[in-house]
Write a protein that binds this ligand. Structure first.
Ligand code: NAD
Length: 492
């Protein structure tokens, strides 16, 4: 059992009144620790500490010095990747192979953005009046609140923390109450790296803590990853404070298989798209659109392969899919499957976990595949955030684009084709922040990521991410030897 503390102004502190929430392991069902359940007073203290650190230290710290601290933190992430991965898998049930890689990805993000910290150039701007010398400065916005979801806490946090620190912002981080351990471990890591007190603050808890933070008047930027309803609540609160908001929300991403695709590759891409991480990823390719002439083959092959995915202990080397991360999420997934069946959808793979002894104690949901799904049915419209695939047939390229874009989400999309012209043509027409061609669910620190429509706005990763944490100041200097006087004094 580990009883974690928060990090506020360099101090390791419990929540006001000592309130805590349990940390549960979704595979064993056991409690493995507690996390502080922060109040509005705790949040006030964290925002105040971030403000003081911004005003007195961090905004005056040269880019090279910020970069050096970030590189030290990256090295610590790498050194501790095994331990961090173990903690994350204990917290959210994801395969340890994936969570360890996410720790390494956090290191990569920090290194990528550290490179920008001393290269935040402004511009000189030629003016119509040659006596005016005009230039811009790119300045940090100030204090940023970084709020993350439970499915990939380390990776989601790195998407925000690395550009924020590089830009010169101080931060108050709030992870999900369902998976806070690796974020709370960060407290030790930033102290070991030598960050000044108050640059990184960490508060934990549920809705009370989240709402107190995102409604706080002391912020300059909110960056949120989570569900649409919470994103909407945050924007409503931000309408009062006028704090700008970056939103990384949900998806119902189309993965489109054309008849000219390499079908072996497309089957792998369809499975990876939806069943990696048990479908608990925002970018899950949860709608598989398949051209009619290869439709039956794809349904048969994807269904058969889905049925052979090995579920089990996320720490066991042979396991291909772990349990669902928490009880409320398992209940939501099972309800969506039951509603699909009730609505008459054709289930080609799935069903109860049965009596497999390895699956009796975790929160398991079998990989589930529905075929012939109507794109207007709930199964094709609502984000399930679990291992549930809806396969939808289409006739022509035009139909595929129309079906893909007929969604309130616009996060990711995939195209499987050997036709180069078609790949570019369709990529340009898909209303989504990311389009993969002949691959799915790959990412890199350099490549910008984000959504359209209800999947959110703003970009993370890549150079674009810096824009979320910087603002442009214009400086104009009159070089003329005299200044025209609009109110000349009359000669007596
Ligand atoms: P959630 O919205 O329930 O919670 C996200 C975070 O917001 C948590 O830290 C939570 O404590 C906090 N929160 C809850 N209520 C709040 C409030 N009123 N004000 C402020 N904060 C509040 O989402 P979740 O269940 O943790 O995550 C799943 C969702 O996240 C899915 O919809 C998924 O698609 C989305 N997601 C998106 C991305 C992306 O990059 N686009 C990545 C991962 C997950």
């Amino acid at each position: 059992m580990t009883d974690y503390c928060m990090l506020i102004g360099g101090e390791r502190v419990p929540a006001e009144g000592g309130r805590t929430l349990p940390i549960m392991n979704p595979y064993t069902g056991e409690q493995v620790g507690t996390l502080p359940d922060a109040s509005a007073t705790d949040v006030d203290a964290a925002v105040a500490a971030a403000r003081t650190a911004f005003d007195t230290v961090w905004s005056r710290t040269p880019g090279q010095a910020r970069a050096e601290l970030m590189l030290r933190l990256a090295a610590i992430y790498e050194r501790r990747a095994g331990h961090l991965g173990d903690l994350e898998s204990t917290d959210n049930g994801k395969l340890v192979s994936e969570t360890r890689n996410q720790a390494r990805f956090a290191a990569r993000q920090l290194r990528f953005f550290a490179g920008y910290a001393d290269k935040l150039y402004g511009r000189t701007i030629p003016m119509d009046n040659p006596d005016l010398f005009d230039y811009t400065r790119r300045e940090p916005v100030g204090v940023a609140a970084l709020i993350t979801a439970w499915n990939s806490p380390m990776q989601l946090l790195a998407n925000k923390l690395a550009p924020a620190l590089a830009a010169g912002c101080t931060v108050v981080i709030k992870p999900s109450e369902h998976a806070s351990m690796t974020t709370l471990e960060l407290a030790d890591m930033v102290q070991e790296a030598g960050f000044p007190d108050g640059v990184v603050n960490i508060v934990t808890g549920g809705v009370t803590c989240g709402a107190a933070l995102t409604g706080h008047r002391g912020l300059d930027r909110i960056s949120f990853t989570g569900s649409v309803p919470t994103g909407q609540a945050i924007m409503r609160a931000a309408a009062e404070t006028l704090v700008p908001v970056t939103l990384e929300l949900g998806g119902k991403s189309p993965n489109i298989v054309f008849e000219d695709a390499d079908l072996d590759r497309a089957v792998i891409g369809a499975l990876a798209g939806i069943f990696s991480a048990g479908g608990q990823t925002c970018i899950a390719g949860s709608r598989l659109l398949v051209q009619r002439s290869v439709y039956d083959t794809m349904v048969e092959r994807v269904g058969a392969r889905a049925g052979r995915i090995r579920l089990g202990d996320p720490f066991a080397p042979g396991t291909q899919m772990g349990p669902v991360a928490n009880e409320p999420q398992q209940a939501r997934i099972e309800a969506a499957i039951a509603a699909g069946v009730d609505a008459g959808a054709r289930m080609v793979q799935g069903g109860p976990v049965g009596d497999d002894p390895a699956l009796q104690r975790g929160l398991f949901v079998r990989p589930t595949v529905f075929a012939d799904v109507d794109n207007h049915a709930d199964l094709a419209r609502r984000e399930i955030f679990g291992p549930v695939l809806s396969i939808i047939p289409f006739e022509t390229e035009e139909d595929a684009v129309a079906l893909a874009n007929d969604s309130e989400f616009g996060l990711a999309s995939g195209i499987w084709t050997r036709d180069l012209s078609r790949a570019h043509r369709v990529a340009a027409r898909l209303d989504a922040g990311t389009t993969w061609v002949n691959t799915y669910r790959v990412s890199g620190a350099q490549a910008p990521f984000g959504g359209t429509k209800k999947s959110g706005h703003g970009r993370e990763r890549g150079e674009e991410a810096l824009d979320e944490y910087l603002r442009t100041k214009n400086v104009m200097i009159d070089l003329a030897p005299t200044l025209a006087d609009p109110f000349p004094l009359e000669e007596n």
